[in-house]
Design a protein around this ligand. Structure first.
Ligand code: FE2
Ligand code: FE2
Length: 170
């Protein structure tokens, strides 16, 4: 049985992963309507992954005798200055999520909840991967992608780590 404190912080993460999914969906829509089909595709895939993260938390909470609560989500921004600024926001958001996961890990240590601690390890690794992949994109933009948006947009999907490294939700 999950302790209430752990259940609550896991429910907070349901909201954060769900918001991440909506944020990337909003960015995908912005990119798509600005002629950036590749960038949009990267963001649509990212949005789907975040939804799976949310589902992992929902299923875990319920499996351990808690109750996952589906929250209302804050409206994400609809417009972005340019592609580079948008990916800076993605990185900032991922850093926020990493800190949030780390807070849950710290709580599971305090509460001696080793099952949840173990469940969280997948997310700890995932955050390292996600931050690195966004940094790689920002590096490409710095290397001149900005001046050749056609090529950047065409190649961005090749910067994705193969999805096989992420275990299925279950
Ligand atoms: Fe996530
Ligand atoms: Fe993420």
């Amino acid at each position: 049985m999950l302790k209430k404190k752990v259940e609550d912080i896991c429910n907070r993460q349901v909201e954060r992963e769900g918001y991440s999914s909506n944020l990337y969906l909003a960015m995908a829509s912005w990119a798509e309507t600005n002629g950036l089909a590749g960038v949009a595709q990267w963001l649509y895939v990212q949005s789907d992954e975040e939804r799976l993260h949310m589902l992992k938390f929902i299923k875990y909470i319920n499996e351990r005798g808690g109750k996952a609560v589906i929250p209302a989500f804050k409206k994400p921004p609809a417009d972005f200055k340019n592609v580079e600024e948008m990916f800076r926001e993605v990185l900032k958001h991922e850093q926020f999520v990493t800190a949030s996961i780390n807070e849950i890990v710290a709580l599971t240590n305090d509460e001696k909840d080793f099952n949840t601690h173990n469940f969280l390890q997948w997310f700890v690794f995932e955050q390292v991967e996600e931050e690195a992949s966004v940094r790689a994109i920002l590096d490409k933009l710095k290397l001149g992608g900005k001046s050749n948006m056609y090529q950047f947009d065409r190649d961005i999907m090749s910067l994705r780590a193969p999805a096989s490294s992420a275990p299925a939700v279950g």
